[in-house]
Design a protein around this ligand. Structure first.
Ligand SMILES: [Zn+2]
Length: 133
Protein backbone atom coordinates (compact mmCIF):
# COMPACT_ATOMS: atom_id res chain seq x y z
CA UNK A 1 0.00 0.00 0.00
CA UNK A 2 1.03 3.58 -0.69
CA UNK A 3 0.86 4.64 2.96
CA UNK A 4 3.14 1.80 4.00
CA UNK A 5 5.87 2.78 1.56
CA UNK A 6 5.66 6.40 2.67
CA UNK A 7 5.62 5.58 6.37
CA UNK A 8 8.48 3.11 5.99
CA UNK A 9 10.72 5.82 4.53
CA UNK A 10 9.74 8.20 7.35
CA UNK A 11 10.40 5.62 10.07
CA UNK A 12 13.73 4.78 8.46
CA UNK A 13 14.71 8.46 8.33
CA UNK A 14 13.87 9.00 12.01
CA UNK A 15 15.79 5.90 13.07
CA UNK A 16 18.81 7.01 11.07
CA UNK A 17 18.72 10.42 12.76
CA UNK A 18 18.42 8.89 16.23
CA UNK A 19 21.31 6.55 15.51
CA UNK A 20 23.46 9.35 14.08
CA UNK A 21 22.82 11.51 17.16
CA UNK A 22 23.39 8.51 19.46
CA UNK A 23 19.99 9.05 21.08
CA UNK A 24 18.70 6.10 23.03
CA UNK A 25 15.81 7.76 24.90
CA UNK A 26 12.39 6.38 23.99
CA UNK A 27 10.39 8.41 21.49
CA UNK A 28 7.18 9.77 23.01
CA UNK A 29 5.70 11.55 20.03
CA UNK A 30 6.27 11.83 16.32
CA UNK A 31 4.82 14.85 14.53
CA UNK A 32 4.43 14.56 10.78
CA UNK A 33 3.32 17.15 8.29
CA UNK A 34 2.45 15.39 5.06
CA UNK A 35 0.85 16.64 1.87
CA UNK A 36 -2.70 15.51 1.28
CA UNK A 37 -1.71 13.94 -2.04
CA UNK A 38 0.66 11.59 -0.22
CA UNK A 39 -1.91 10.31 2.22
CA UNK A 40 -4.92 8.81 0.57
CA UNK A 41 -6.19 7.54 3.90
CA UNK A 42 -5.19 9.02 7.25
CA UNK A 43 -6.40 5.87 9.00
CA UNK A 44 -4.17 3.74 6.77
CA UNK A 45 -1.21 6.02 7.48
CA UNK A 46 -1.78 5.70 11.23
CA UNK A 47 -2.10 1.92 10.97
CA UNK A 48 1.08 1.73 8.91
CA UNK A 49 2.93 3.76 11.54
CA UNK A 50 1.77 1.41 14.30
CA UNK A 51 2.77 -1.69 12.37
CA UNK A 52 6.11 -0.39 11.08
CA UNK A 53 7.33 0.94 14.44
CA UNK A 54 6.83 -2.34 16.28
CA UNK A 55 10.12 -3.49 17.74
CA UNK A 56 11.81 -0.13 17.08
CA UNK A 57 12.63 2.88 19.30
CA UNK A 58 9.44 4.45 17.95
CA UNK A 59 7.14 1.72 19.19
CA UNK A 60 4.23 3.14 21.15
CA UNK A 61 5.00 6.73 20.17
CA UNK A 62 2.03 9.01 19.65
CA UNK A 63 1.59 10.02 16.03
CA UNK A 64 0.57 13.63 15.48
CA UNK A 65 -0.43 13.80 11.87
CA UNK A 66 -0.96 17.11 10.09
CA UNK A 67 -2.26 17.02 6.55
CA UNK A 68 -1.22 19.89 4.30
CA UNK A 69 -3.80 20.86 1.69
CA UNK A 70 -3.10 21.07 -1.99
CA UNK A 71 -3.64 24.45 -3.61
CA UNK A 72 -4.98 25.39 -6.98
CA UNK A 73 -4.53 28.64 -8.83
CA UNK A 74 -6.88 28.77 -11.78
CA UNK A 75 -5.10 29.90 -14.98
CA UNK A 76 -8.38 31.17 -16.40
CA UNK A 77 -9.74 33.37 -13.60
CA UNK A 78 -6.92 33.43 -11.05
CA UNK A 79 -9.08 31.94 -8.28
CA UNK A 80 -7.13 30.43 -5.37
CA UNK A 81 -8.55 27.32 -3.76
CA UNK A 82 -7.31 24.74 -1.29
CA UNK A 83 -8.18 21.07 -1.35
CA UNK A 84 -8.03 18.89 1.73
CA UNK A 85 -10.28 16.08 0.58
CA UNK A 86 -9.18 13.54 -1.96
CA UNK A 87 -11.94 13.95 -4.51
CA UNK A 88 -9.24 13.40 -7.07
CA UNK A 89 -7.00 10.38 -7.50
CA UNK A 90 -4.11 10.67 -5.07
CA UNK A 91 -1.92 8.57 -7.35
CA UNK A 92 -2.44 10.83 -10.32
CA UNK A 93 0.93 12.51 -10.91
CA UNK A 94 -0.72 15.71 -12.14
CA UNK A 95 -4.19 15.96 -10.65
CA UNK A 96 -6.58 18.15 -12.57
CA UNK A 97 -9.62 19.46 -10.77
CA UNK A 98 -12.25 21.92 -11.94
CA UNK A 99 -11.96 25.48 -10.65
CA UNK A 100 -14.68 26.09 -8.03
CA UNK A 101 -15.42 29.50 -9.54
CA UNK A 102 -15.32 29.11 -13.31
CA UNK A 103 -15.11 25.35 -13.85
CA UNK A 104 -11.89 25.48 -15.88
CA UNK A 105 -9.68 22.46 -15.27
CA UNK A 106 -6.55 23.46 -13.36
CA UNK A 107 -3.55 21.69 -11.86
CA UNK A 108 -3.16 21.27 -8.15
CA UNK A 109 0.13 22.24 -6.57
CA UNK A 110 1.53 21.61 -3.12
CA UNK A 111 0.09 18.95 -0.89
CA UNK A 112 3.00 16.71 -1.76
CA UNK A 113 5.88 15.24 0.11
CA UNK A 114 6.78 15.11 3.76
CA UNK A 115 7.15 18.72 4.88
CA UNK A 116 8.18 18.22 8.50
CA UNK A 117 9.15 15.47 10.90
CA UNK A 118 9.30 16.28 14.62
CA UNK A 119 10.38 13.83 17.26
CA UNK A 120 9.67 14.29 20.98
CA UNK A 121 11.91 12.21 23.21
CA UNK A 122 11.20 10.97 26.69
CA UNK A 123 13.03 12.79 29.49
CA UNK A 124 16.11 10.95 30.62
CA UNK A 125 17.50 10.90 34.17
CA UNK A 126 19.43 14.12 33.68
CA UNK A 127 16.85 16.61 35.06
CA UNK A 128 16.60 14.45 38.18
CA UNK A 129 20.35 14.82 38.75
CA UNK A 130 20.13 18.58 38.17
CA UNK A 131 17.52 18.97 40.92
CA UNK A 132 19.89 17.57 43.52
CA UNK A 133 22.54 20.16 42.69
ZN1 LIG B 1 -11.30 29.66 -12.50
Amino acid sequence: MHEYALMQSIVNAIQEQLTAAQITAPVLEVGLTIGVLEVHSEAAARQAFTVLTQGTALEGAQLNLTIQPATQVCPACGHHATFLVDHFHAHDPLPLVPCPRCGEMANLSGGRGVEAIEVVLAETGEPEAAKRG
